[in-house]
Design a protein around this ligand. Sequence first.
Ligand code: C2E
Ligand code: MG
Ligand code: MG
Ligand code: MG
Length: 283
Amino acid sequence: QAKHMGRFLWQRFTPSMQQELHRKLTLKQFLAKAIGRGELSLVYQPKVDLARGIIDSCEALLRWHNPVLGQVSPAEFIPLAEEMGLIREIGAWVLCSALSQQARWRERLGVEVPLAVNLSGMQITAELPDWVAQQLAAHAIAPHLLTLELTETVLMLDVRGSSQVLEALGQLGIRISIDDFGTGYSSLAYLNRLPINEIKLDRSFVVGFNLPVIRATVAMASSLGIDLIAEGVETEEELTALRRQGCHRIQGYLISRPMAAADLELNGFVIDSCIGSFTLAKQ
Ligand code: C2E
Ligand code: MG
Ligand code: MG
Ligand code: MG
C-alpha cells in the first residue's frame, strides 16, 4: 500500500508542481518583508461617467516590486497573503496609503479625489467599521469619498456576520461596491437588503459581449437604485455595446491604465483617451 502510494505521489508530483511550490514559498518569504522594505505601492485607475463626461473617482490598485522577483501581480500575491494571514496588515497599509494620498491631493492641490479600495474577505471583521472610521478621521476624509470594493463571494462566506459589518460601514456613510459582479454566487436578496451603492459588472461579460447579462444588470441596478460600472473595457466595440444596453460608467484600458499618483497630478487629473478627454468631477 505504502509503496503504491509512494509511486502515486511520485508520479503526481511533477516538476511543474515542484516549481510552482518553490515559487509560492519564495514569494511568501519575500512578501513577509515587503511592507517593511517599502516594496508596495498604489496605482490609480479612473472610473469614468460618460454621460457626464467626467472622472467621478479612482480605484487604488496594489503593486509589489521586489528587487529579486521584479513586479508581482496582486492576482498572484493577494491569495498568498490571505494564506499567510498577512492580508490584514497589507490591507491596513493599502487603506492608510490611499487615505494619505487623498489628504495630500486635497492639501497640496485643493482637489478631492473620491477613491475606491479593494478589500479581501478576510478583512471583513467586526472591528473593521470602527477602524476605518478612525482612519478616515485621522486623515480628515469624508466617508462618502471612500468606496470599499468587495467580491460577491465575501458576502456568501458568512452571510450574517458580513451583513452586520456592511450595515455598520453603510451607517458611517462609506460606500460599498460589489466587484466582479456576476461571477460569484449572487443572491438578488442581498443587493436589496444590504447598503450597496455600486456594482461592477465583471470584465468577462464585456469581453464576451454578453448582451442579455449586460442588459439585465443595467435594469436590475437601475430598479434597485444602485450605480453600475463596467470593468475592463478595452475597445470601442465593447464601449458601444455597453452604451447601447444603457451602461454609461466604465473603467478600463480604453480610458486609462492604472496610473502612478504623480502621473495623475502631472496631467492635472485630466485623462486624454482615444474617445475623448475626461476631467475629475468638482466635488
Ligand atoms: P479588480 O479589483 O477587479 O481590479 C481590476 C483589475 O483589472 C486590475 O488588475 C486592473 O489593473 C485590471 N484592468 C483594468 N482595466 C483593464 C482592462 O481594460 N483590461 C484588462 N485586461 N484588465 C484591466 P490588477 O491591478 O492586477 O489587480 C488584480 C486583482 O487583485 C484586483 O481585481 C483585486 O481583486 C486584487 N487587488 C488589487 N489591489 C488590491 C488591494 O489593494 N487589496 C486587495 N484585497 N486586493 C487587491
Ligand atoms: Mg476592484
Ligand atoms: Mg473587478
Ligand atoms: Mg475583475
